[in-house]
Design a protein around this ligand. Sequence first.
Ligand code: HEC
Ligand code: HEC
Ligand code: HEC
Ligand code: HEC
Length: 466
Amino acid sequence: MKKLLILTLLIIIVIVSPVMAQEVKQILNVSEFANIIDQTVPVFVDSVPTREDDWYHGRPKYSRFLRFKTLKMAFGDGNPDKKHFRTMMSDLGITNDDHVVLYGARGEIPYHFGAFYLMKYFGHEKVSVLDGGLSEWRETQPITTEEVTVQKTEYKVKVMNRKILADAIDVWSKRWDPHTAIIDARLPEEVSGSLVFDENKRSGRIELSVNVNWYDLFKPNGTFKEESELLQKFEDKGIGKDDNSIVYSQAGYRASGTYFVLTLLGFQNVRNYSASFVDWANQENKKKYAVVGPAYYVGGKTCKKCHRKQYLSWAKTKMAVNFNNLKPGVKADAKKKVGLEPEKDYTNDENCLPCHTTGYGKPGGFVSLKETPGLINVQCEGCHGPGSTYVKLMKEGKTKWEEAGYTDEQLKTTGLIIPEENEQGCMACHGGDSPFNEKVDSKYNWNWPERVQKTHKHFPLKYKIK
Ligand code: HEC
Ligand code: HEC
Ligand code: HEC
Ligand code: HEC
């Protein structure tokens, strides 16, 4: 019995110890790095536009310089290139057992995360990132401009970790999966399509993706925000540790960074669509690899096709005819009471239109009675948000939601507003900015539960997954 125990222990030690020895901390702060620098191979990763300047002004001792061009060849436009990766590692003088510490000029410059991702992909487990990069290091630590002589090595690539890579087909086939989040790491301007890159044939974002801006994950000094705060950023978008996730950005570097953060936070199943948006936006099959631009207003009749019962009951409310109130002579007493001119025509008055039409002043919303007569009154989208992206999705996904259901989070990626969570959205019109607010007359009182019931009749949802 005792022998058996010792034997088991021995086996555990033999099996586990090499694995244990492999494990290094994924992220190091400056002092952690300073303590172990002698046992590591520090690598400064250059960026575009080049930051060689930062490098020449001094860096942590032993550092090697990874040129962006070299990294880009190994990154292979998001299809990791084994041959170039091996050359890159050999030329940097890195052996398969080295503990590599990557950093850039600043923490949020994403290129060193591209190098991190490549190393993980090709099975180099002993790799860490210096939080905050060179700028943070220089605050408290010694720097040097001394060159290191690098001995070329015989680096070997044994593994290709296909599990952590995604391509366009993976994204396309997983985007409707309620358990997979497609995370867009780009700036809101890139996501909305207002910031355009020449190399993208189309602008916008991948259908059903959610935006978690890479730069929002950092403090002003370029170090990461606290873990709880980072986690919250994803949870706010309905993404939890149990979800599978696929990340993308423009060229895959910020996505590699988001990959880094998610694995740091303990997300289990994270894949990098490292070829990213530039790959998606240039796919031949435009219909399949659809790009979503900013949502615009489509009018309530479009909603009626699928929500007939809600539509018919809404059509009986005052909201469905309230544009009329802006006409001369209508509701004269009420107007007089709040100091408006009963005989004045307010149907072109920009002071009234935001609250008495659908989407006035917003992209694709009400413009004027002449140009957009279909968007007078407070229609469905006045409370539920512009519907073009959402309607397209619901039409194309018909077989999906009928079979597998859908989650609120998925619908919300289109900009659909679920008013249940958005009382302040009502207050934009029902609050103090309205001439007809509760201070003027108690009949304009705001009572949320009661008002909700009077927007239209409510019916239980069949396909929604809670
Ligand atoms: C092609 C059909 C279709 C069109 C068009 C459509 N919807 Fe829907 N919508 C659905 C389906 C299906 C559901 C889920 C119903 C269920 O679960 O029973 C839904 C659910 C909703 C929900 C509930 C979301 C939730 O989870 O609480 C809202 C709100 C909604 N739609 C608003 C709109 C608005 C506003 C429009 C017009 C801009 C619109 N819909 C147009 C098919 C459609
Ligand atoms: C775009 C502006 C706008 C928004 C947003 C808005 N409302 Fe209104 N709502 C109006 C206007 C204008 C009227 C007045 C219609 C009238 O009296 O002619 C109104 C009237 C109503 C009425 C009375 C309907 C009736 O027939 O008596 C209810 C109930 C209501 N709103 C609920 C809500 C709720 C709940 C929300 C948020 C989910 C909301 N509203 C958001 C503009 C808005
Ligand atoms: C900030 C939003 C907002 C603006 C701006 C606004 N309204 Fe309204 N209006 C409302 C809401 C909300 C109601 C409904 C109040 C309620 O039912 O509680 C309403 C109701 C009315 C009514 C019906 C009042 C009644 O007692 O039946 C008239 C008439 C009216 N508005 C005219 C105007 C005119 C004219 C203007 C421009 C000078 C204007 N409104 C600007 C939000 C607005
Ligand atoms: C004045 C605001 C307002 C307008 C306008 C409005 N809705 Fe809603 N809608 C709501 C609110 C609030 C809820 C959530 C009810 C809840 O919390 O249970 C809702 C829920 C829904 C749902 C979920 C299922 C249900 O019946 O509750 C659908 C579908 C929907 N709306 C469709 C529409 C359509 C279609 C139109 C246009 C004909 C429309 N809504 C206009 C406020 C609005």
